[in-house]
Design a protein around this ligand. Sequence first.
Ligand code: ADP
Ligand code: ADP
Length: 234
Amino acid sequence: GIAVRCQNVVHIYTTLAGHDVVALRGVNLDIAPGEQVALLGPSGSGKSTLLGLFGGLQRASAGKVVVDGIDISRIPESELTRLRAGKVASLLQGARRNLLTYASAAGNVEFARRGLAPADVRELPSPRQLLDLLGLGELTDKPVNAMSGGEQQRVALAVTVSSGAGLLLCDEPTSQLGHADRDTMVDLIQRVNAELGTTVVIVTHDPDIASRIPRRITIRNGRIGSEGVHGRDY
Ligand code: ADP
Ligand code: ADP
């Protein structure tokens, strides 16, 4: 897994009308390799912005965002693109709609790896091994269009981590899922963490999801409000 460190991170958006919106107001945070973290807080508090900074989707206006030892607020765009492609995997809302519907789970994993160097692919578990490792073996040869929505979302997660990223970022990974599928999705996220050692950061509004993530960080108005560890909030 990959470590993430934020030092005095400030993020300011400028709207089309020219107004400044301060989304993050000095965030300090350390996430260890292999940790599982939930980001909680009211809508508009800055959770998605922070996740976007970790994933190199945007740059901090000030402060440091250090991912795997690299201060990504200062690297050139080309390196940022490489980071997004290699080290960091983002599970986006509605990711299952990006699957190839006529292909199987294994076919989708293979397709997702098409841009990798053959030498790098050889280091990774095969699609079949990966799906077995994640407890999705029975979906290996099943076409996506024959899967339920929950199954598709689980395959989308497997595809997202299939290139060997050390950091998994999930923004509301369980929205649009029923209760049972939400639970299974969290099982799978924890399996990715346990089997692949992936560091996991999840933005969620769902208290049931949050309660199953060991470290919970609440963001309020662009600042870290409180942390709860192992069921205690203080
Ligand atoms: P959350 O994920 O907690 O809902 P966001 O990170 O999406 O919060 O937003 C934090 C703040 O930044 C909010 O005030 C939001 O309106 C503002 N914001 C987010 N994205 C943009 C943008 N592209 N342009 C301007 N303001 C933005
Ligand atoms: P979420 O709460 O799930 O983060 P939002 O509805 O806040 O989603 O934002 C959806 C999209 O709109 C995001 O891409 C965000 O960057 C953008 N956005 C949010 N607030 C603003 C804003 N005040 N001005 C411009 N874009 C915004």
